[in-house]
Design a protein around this ligand. Structure first.
Ligand code: F0G
Length: 462
């Protein structure tokens, strides 16, 4: 007779071999530090942070295999064997024959934007990402958001909020003409929408529409394995497919990809630019020597490329991705117990607290998400980041603030770093701030840098 299984939870498919001590500080200390940091969590010293949920970028724990790989770094200026190992894996997992390494994702964005965009072009995309849009704008393009409306609604439970609205895309093609659209910029999952995936069906439809107009698709594959996981979980016909199979199919619709390796690949630094187009590759190879380093190291050490090559093998393991996303889901379900509002459905890399609803008494000009992130830090030393009006920046034409519908605080989970107990503490702190929200006053901006102001902007309490 078959045994009755009560429940079988997922658990991390690894155990901990090395630990890094962290320490709790006093509330008084944190009040002082956040003031010194201009109420910007990016400007805090990491030693003053207890649980660091600022980003999952470069903050991952590498495996013993990756660390061992670091020791076989071939630091030759040209033709390092680690470069060739990495290139083989880029071909194997992304299905792209041509590849140049870069020091991180935005370096690849810089190079590809300069190669593909002409002054006066339009680049449609499924919501903006900060560095991606900036490089497209610096290269002379206007970015046009063609994501479905549901993506801008934190309450919508649409399973694929990263989808492109075909009508919006068609309207843009009609308005400006296909010749002015060098490519469609697609990310998955969409970071600024709350880590929301696109569906394979939507991607196929976009591909068909664009093929008719001879417009290419380019993919920000920074967290592509998470998108593949959601397709497997949510889209009919993909239940039995493996993550590498789904990833390969996704990439098959694109002419090329850029990747911040600091996420999916579970390393601390690195970027990838890869394509099927030999001419674009040759230009990229040439540009990388101007901005990054020789085309066989692109601003990285040989050991970094080895860690990336091994990271590529580990990132597609189903149990790894399930545990990663499982941790984010766990955090969301714990927050539900206290009624704290966040973006639905729960995303791949982070929980996005809905600061607009939490601090509904503050106007967007008083920077509710910036305020909430600093209040949570003061309460417990948990560090998140603003993803709202500050991140959205100013309209380059009018110079006015952009007022995004989403005003969020992102709590991002580094891969393989924190335990469920850390999440419990973070949730308790957020719930405490939530329960005392009515007493919170907003901020005013006192220093604003020209580019990507969320990194270095400074604020004062109103
Ligand atoms: N694309 C996406 C979707 C990203 O999330 C990032 C970085 C980049 C490109 C740029 O890559 O940092 O290696 O230069 N996101 C980080 C974050 C900074 O915290 O979300 P990078």
């Amino acid at each position: 007779m078959a045994k009755k299984v009560i429940k079988r939870s997922w658990a991390e498919p690894f155990k901990i071999k090395v630990v890094e001590p962290i320490k709790m500080t006093t509330r008084e200390h944190r009040e002082k530090q956040i003031e010194i940091a201009g109420y910007n969590t990016f400007l805090l010293k990491s030693e003053d942070v207890y649980i660091d949920l600022l980003t999952d970028s470069g903050t991952n724990a590498m495996s013993d295999r990756q660390w061992a790989g670091m020791m076989v770094g071939d630091e030759a200026y040209a033709g390092s064997r680690n470069f060739y190992h990495l290139w083989d894996n880029v071909k194997k997992y992304y299905g792209m024959p041509y590849f140049v390494p870069t020091h991180q994702g935005r370096a690849a964005e810089h190079i590809i934007s300069k190669i593909l965009i002409k002054e006066g072009d339009f680049v449609p995309g499924n919501m903006y990402f900060t560095t991606t849009r900036l490089h497209q704008e610096l290269a002379g393009a206007t970015f046009v958001d063609v994501i479905i409306d549901e993506a801008h609604d934190p309450k919508s439970k649409h399973p694929f909020k990263g989808n492109i609205d075909l009508e919006k895309l068609k309207a843009l093609i009609e308005k400006v003409g296909a010749k002015k659209i060098p490519y469609v910029s697609i990310a998955g999952p969409v970071n600024m929408a709350g880590g929301q995936p696109f569906s394979m069906q939507n991607l196929r439809d976009v591909y068909d529409l664009c093929s008719k107009h001879k417009i290419k698709l380019w993919f920000d594959a920074t967290r592509a394995t998470e998108n593949a996981y959601f397709i497997k979980e949510r889209e009919a016909g993909y239940e039995e497919k493996s993550i590498p199979e789904i990833l390969k199919e996704i990439c098959s619709y694109f002419e090329g990809i850029w990747v911040s390796a600091k996420k999916d690949l579970m390393v601390n630094i690195g970027g990838i630019l890869a394509t099927k187009n030999k001419k674009v590759f040759e230009k990229a190879q040439n540009m990388v020597v101007v901005y990054e380093g020789l085309h066989t190291y692109g601003g990285l050490a040989g050991r970094d490329m080895e860690a990336m090559a091994i990271g590529l093998e580990e990132m597609v393991e189903f149990d790894n991705i399930r545990a990663r996303i499982g941790q984010v889901e766990y955090c969301g379900k714990e927050l539900d117990k206290y009624g704290v509002p966040y973006v639905l459905p729960i995303g791949g890399h982070a929980i996005f607290l809905d600061a607009k609803r939490i601090l509904s008494h503050l106007p967007q000009d008083a920077f509710p998400a910036q305020t909430l992130a600093s209040e949570i830090y003061v309460d417990s030393g948990v560090r998140g980041m603003e993803r709202g009006i500050v991140s959205a920046g100013r309209d380059p034409e009018t110079g006015e603030h952009r007022y995004p519908k989403l005003e969020l605080v992102r709590l991002t989970f580094p891969r393989r770093v924190y335990t469920q107990a850390h999440i419990d503490v973070a949730v308790e702190s957020i719930a405490t701030v939530y329960q005392n929200r009515k007493n919170i006053t907003g901020l005013k901006m006192i220093y604003e840098p020209e580019y990507l102001r969320f990194f270095q902007g400074r604020f004062e309490k109103l």
